[in-house]
Structures are given as structure tokens and as C-alpha cells.
Design a protein around this ligand. Structure first.
Ligand code: ASP
Length: 364
């Protein structure tokens, strides 16, 4: 972990502590003989996550300091967001698919074993990340989807529940009713005289479609033993075609961990991340020596280069969507970047906080 001057905070503190111990004992540090052992660096403990993960990084950090493996700490951290009905992009309260059914995607990856587990289009289970962890630990597979994933979750005792909150149902209904003028869905008040769309009133009609919010939580974690682990969990793109799976449950896309190099994950337009193999590309950039932030920026540049279809471009020819990458390397350096300015969450020994991400473009 580095402070603003680029120096490692842990190093400096460790060094000061060692110097102090040395001088208290009455001899200079140099003469201790085993000085290298005193300054030998233990990787700092780091949890880095998307903006919605402030509580999650704190929980994950704490779990790691109590000895939990990073992948377990990450799943433990994100559980708080999966269970939070106010977060409409993850778990319980997540926005549903086009049929009004909540379908969740998640994956986990464990650095030390280099194993992963994932579930896609899973219905009725609040904590898909925990199911993904079971796929990793209790099967010889990586990814289970749909009905099979649900049956597997049931076998492991996960409770089935209705994940569609009233708030999410109403958002979905607004979206459904506002989709088209040519279908049979009628928006509130539209069957009244003087309703929106009535030329007499000049009020706008159905063209103001409910925006499709995005969101997901990714959490990458590094512990003091240098072990890495990560988790990504989401309800995916709001109002998606049923069965659509984004980047979040795909290893190499929604996250990737190489225990020798680092861990990375993504949120934002999943299709763009899949097409660029986003998270494993970030890890590859770190392998080439890039800092976590620069590695994220490099892959964003690649996505921008790959984005050629006009409907995905703005007037300036830039991607008209957001993609975010988060990364931590083996040394505990961390960073995040997106196309457009955004924030992310991190927890280190200095506590949990929200920071600005680097961005490829200054503003939308
Ligand atoms: N990446 C998620 C997906 O495409 C959505 C998001 O993060 O906004 O399903």
C-alpha cells in the first residue's frame, strides 16, 4: 500500500518501529545483524471493492485479520450488500429480468488453490456468492446455471425466498409499462382524459422509458500471508432478457485471481467486459509490470478500441456506457479505473474509505 508520496506506509511504519526498537536497546539498527528480517515486508491486508462496498471491505478486512482466507473474507464482506434491499443491483432487492424475476450471477476465485466457482441466472437464493463458494469447494465444476444451480443450492441447504422487493417490483412495472406505445400496457393515469401523451395537454407520453440502472459488487482481497481471493455478485443488468448472463459469473471476465500477481474484478456493462476478457486482461497487464490503476486503464483503452457499433458510441465516438475495473497486486498496491469518473471503496490498516477512480475520459 502506498501513500500519496508513493512510499509504502507499512514499510515506513515498520522501519520506524524497527529503528525505535533498535535505539531503545542501545545499539544502532545497522548493528543488529538481522536487520533485513526487521524490514522484511509482510504484504499489507487490503480489500478493494466497487463504490457500494464500503461496509463490505470493512467486513472483509476484519475477517482477514482474524485469519479468514481472502476468498471467504470477500464472500463474507459482500453478504451484507446481497442482503441489503436498498442496493437494487445485488441479491435481495436486486432489479429483476424482463419477466419480473430476480436472476443472480456470482463467482469466486481462490488464489492459493487457483480454483473458482460460479453460478449464473440463479433464482430465489439471496447469497449467490455463497453458492459459488460451494461450487468451488464441493464440485469438480466451475459454473452452474439456472435450474441446476438452484437444485445444487437446495441440496446444500440454502433457503429459497422471494427476492423481489416491492420497490424493485414497482420499478420493473414502471419500466414494463413505459416500454412502448404499441403494446397493451397502460401507465398510471394514461387511461384518463388529459393524460400524458394527450396532444391537448402537451405532456410527454411513453417515450420516457424508465432508465436501466446498473450495478454489481466486486471485492478483491489480499491478506498478510500474501494470499489473494475475490468475489463478484450481482442481479445483473436490470430488465435483461431472461437467461442473460453478464460478466459477473464468468471467470476471467467478472474477476480473475493469479496468486503470484494480483486480483481484479469489474462492474458495468458486462457484454463489453466479456468481449475483452476484462479481469484476466487486467491481471495480465499487472504481470507485465503495470500498476493496478494503469492495468485497469490499459484494458479500458482496449474496450474503447473494440467498441465500434454506432449504438454503443456517443457523439464523440466514445463508449456510451460505463465499465469499472478494480485491482490489487501481490504487494498490496491497489487501484481502480473507469471510462467516466466514479468512486470505489477500499479498506487497509488506515480504515475503510471511498476514493476516486482514475478515468479514461474526464466527463460524460
Ligand atoms: N456487470 C453487470 C452485468 O453486466 C452489471 C453491472 O455491473 O452494472 O451483469
Amino acid at each position: 500500500m502506498k501513500d500519496r508520496s508513493g512510499k509504502s506506509v507499512m514499510d515506513r511504519r515498520g522501519f520506524l518501529g524497527a529503528s525505535l526498537a533498535g535505539s531503545l536497546l542501545g545499539f544502532p539498527l545497522k548493528k543488529l545483524g538481522k536487520a533485513p528480517a526487521l524490514v522484511r515486508r509482510r504484504p499489507p491486508v487490503v480489500a478493494v471493492s466497487s463504490r457500494n462496498g464500503l461496509k463490505a471491505v470493512e467486513r472483509a478486512y476484519e475477517a482477514m485479520t482474524q485469519g479468514k482466507r481472502p476468498v471467504d473474507a470477500a464472500v463474507h464482506g459482500v453478504a451484507v450488500v446481497e442482503a441489503d434491499p436498498r442496493d437494487m443491483s445485488v441479491g435481495y432487492g436486486g432489479l429483476p429480468n424482463a419477466d419480473g424475476v430476480v436472476e443472480l450471477d456470482s463467482c469466486v476465485m481462490d488464489g492459493p488453490t487457483q480454483l473458482a466457482g460460479a453460478v449464473g441466472a440463479l433464482r430465489g437464493i439471496m447469497h449467490p456468492a455463497q453458492v459459488a463458494l460451494k461450487v468451488m469447494r464441493r464440485t469438480d465444476h466451475v459454473l452452474l446455471v439456472g435450474e441446476g444451480a438452484l437444485r445444487f443450492a437446495r441440496m446444500h441447504g440454502f433457503k429459497e425466498e422471494n427476492l423481489l422487493t416491492e420497490r424493485a417490483r414497482k420499478r420493473w412495472l414502471r419500466w414494463r409499462e413505459g416500454l412502448s406505445r404499441r403494446d397493451d400496457w397502460v401507465e398510471p393515469g394514461e387511461n384518463d382524459l388529459g393524460a400524458p401523451g394527450d396532444p391537448e395537454t402537451g405532456k410527454k407520453g411513453k417515450e420516457e422509458v424508465e432508465p436501466r440502472p446498473t450495478g454489481t459488487i466486486h471485492l478483491s482481497a489480499l491478506d498478510a500471508k500474501g494470499r489473494l481471493g475475490a468475489c463478484t455478485t450481482t442481479s445483473g443488468l436490470a430488465f435483461k432478457i431472461p437467461g442473460r448472463v453478464g460478466d459477473s459469473p464468468l471467470i476471467g471476465c467478472g474477476l480473475y485471481v493469479d496468486n503470484d500477481i494480483g486480483s481484479a474484478g469489474s462492474t458495468g456493462r458486462g457484454e463489453a467486459v466479456i468481449l475483452s476478457n476484462g479481469s484476466s486482461s487486467v491481471v495480465e497487464q499487472m504481470r507485465q509490470g503495470k500498476s493496478p490503476t494503469d492495468a485497469c486503464l490499459e484494458v479500458l483503452k482496449r474496450i474503447a478500441h473494440f467498441t465500434r457499433i454506432p449504438r454503443l458510441l456517443d457523439a464523440k465516438g466514445r463508449p456510451n456506457f460505463q465499465v469499472n475495473f478494480y485491482a490489487v497486486n501481490k504487494k498490496g498496491e491497489f487501484g481502480a479505473a473507469a471510462f467516466y469518473p466514479a468512486k470505489y471503496a477500499v479498506c487497509t490498516e488506515e480504515g475503510a474509505r471511498i476514493l476516486d477512480q482514475a478515468s479514461l475520459y474526464k466527463r460524460r
